[in-house]
Design a protein around this ligand. Sequence first.
Ligand code: ADP
Length: 626
Amino acid sequence: MKPPAALTSAPVPQRRGLSIRPGGVRLIAALLLLAAPLAVAAWGLGNYAAQRERNNADARLTDSLNSASRVYRRALSNVDVAAARLANDRQVQHKLLHGGRHVLVWRMQVDDAHPNGEVFSQPDPPPAAAAVRSVKVDFFSKAHTIGRVVVFLPLDRRFVEWLTRHGELSGHQQLALVRGGSLVGPARTLPIESGPIASGPKDIRAAGLGYRAVAMGLGSAADGIRLAALEPSSYIESKATSARWRAMGLGFAVIVALLALAYSVSPSIARTRVSKQERERAERVLAHVGDGVLHVDRDGVIRLWNPAAEAITGLRSDAICNHPAEEMIPGWPEIVTRVPVARRPGDADDAWTAETVPLEIQGREIWLSMVGVSLGDGIVYAFRDVTRDRRLEELRAQFVATISHELRTPLASLHGAAMTLLERQDELHEQTRRDLLDMIAVQSKRLAALTEEILLAGQLDSGSLRVVTKPFDPEELLWTAAAAARIRVGDDTTVDVSIPAVLPKVEGDAERARQVLANLVDNAIKYSPQGGRIVLGFEADGDYARFTVRDEGLGIPLGEQKRIFEKFYRLDPDHRRGIGGSGLGLYICRELVRSMNGRIWVDSDPGKGAAFTFELPVADRVTAPA
Ligand code: ADP
């Protein structure tokens, strides 16, 4: 039933709008960090450009002043020429000689009509604001001075205007004559309100306005009047400001471009970093994965061979990587045909079940369970070592065969005896009937023992077997086992006990130890078909007691001495020697001894016999728990 609307919780609406992820925040912070020094640099660049513009203005001002000064000097030399010409003029000389005046004055006029100057006679002495040149006039025949000719160039507004026109001025530059505390310009005279104008560029104020100005003297002829070049500070500053903004604009444009570039490339840098991290992580994972991983490229060359693959096969990565798999891995062509290759990992469409393939490496056969997944440029194979499982599987199959045989023989005997007793009971001799009943007893005991063995192995496998460890007397155990064995052996076999005078107590489960000993004695009898001497031995050092069962039977080849303790393992699985067995006895012995904190091993000379020893802790050594 649907719950009432008021009780159902409405889904929380997702907030829409701009959301900046932590990565984005980091990126913005990084961009700002990058932008801050660039902005400072752009600001510095702007100031530099402005200062450069000011320096240029100063340089231009000095150039203009020099050019105006050259024009002035030309005009002054024209004054000299005019004075010399007048001094040599006969009429002038005559006038000086007879005119009653010793000084005759001329004014030099320079304007567009007379760019080289034109002299005009002037009755008055030269004014204060003039460049004055005077030449002595000598009366040559009498060799004495008869007077002076004076030519002057008025340094007034008209002259400044002419100079301005003939000088090479740029921008908003102006020329002026510095006379006392005033600037005489072509249009008007301005009072100087700041300090004097120097020979280097300097800021001044005149008539309420700021100027950048530089001045130079006009020589002794000008009586202290100086020529100045000036430019309004506002004009220079506006040019400096626009130069600053141009440079800063350029700088900021570069910053914006850089930031945009950084912003656009940062994801790919981040991706590169992330993919590098991912690659490293993948390599670490591959190095720690338990399965062997192998990458074979399209040309069949091994490109990757992880540490697990090295451990499983014993083939080193540096020895086989970058070499053809066919040359490096024995039987590779067959493996390739057998191992399935999926299009994707876990692809359901493919028949993607691992294939178990054998590999013989340096005389050692290993079994690998292998699958492949196709990669763009080859195939990745993953494999695990199933040699143990495979061997166990083989042993299990053997066990089934063995156990069938072990069951069939007594069952056939039992069946035969029972049928004979049933059908011919009355005809049979008393002794025969007894023999048949004995046989039934023996064979059913054999079946019971076999069943017992299978059950015990199962209990040991599942860990459900209870082992009670406490001190027990080994001597009694040995004598009992020997006595039981003597009953079973024929005349060709002797069973002896070889033990020291005093035996320490042993820590373990007496019943389980008896079982182990009985099993070893059984085997000694079973695998000594020619009979011989069987010796039950015991020895102890400080910590451990060792029980030994030695026989003079078939013995065990060196290569098999470890394997006989494996579950189901038999040297003669097909019972060719006619000696029966399930392959469980020694496995049970090993597990029982282990459960009592001991160990078991065999020493054997094939053909000469075997000595099985199991070792258990000595009881006195064991400190009682508090
Ligand atoms: P089984 O029931 O076959 O005897 P075991 O686990 O007791 O199984 O022994 C495993 C194999 O070890 C035997 O099949 C036999 O080949 C070998 N073996 C065990 N004891 C001896 C021995 N005393 N001498 C020679 N071979 C032995």
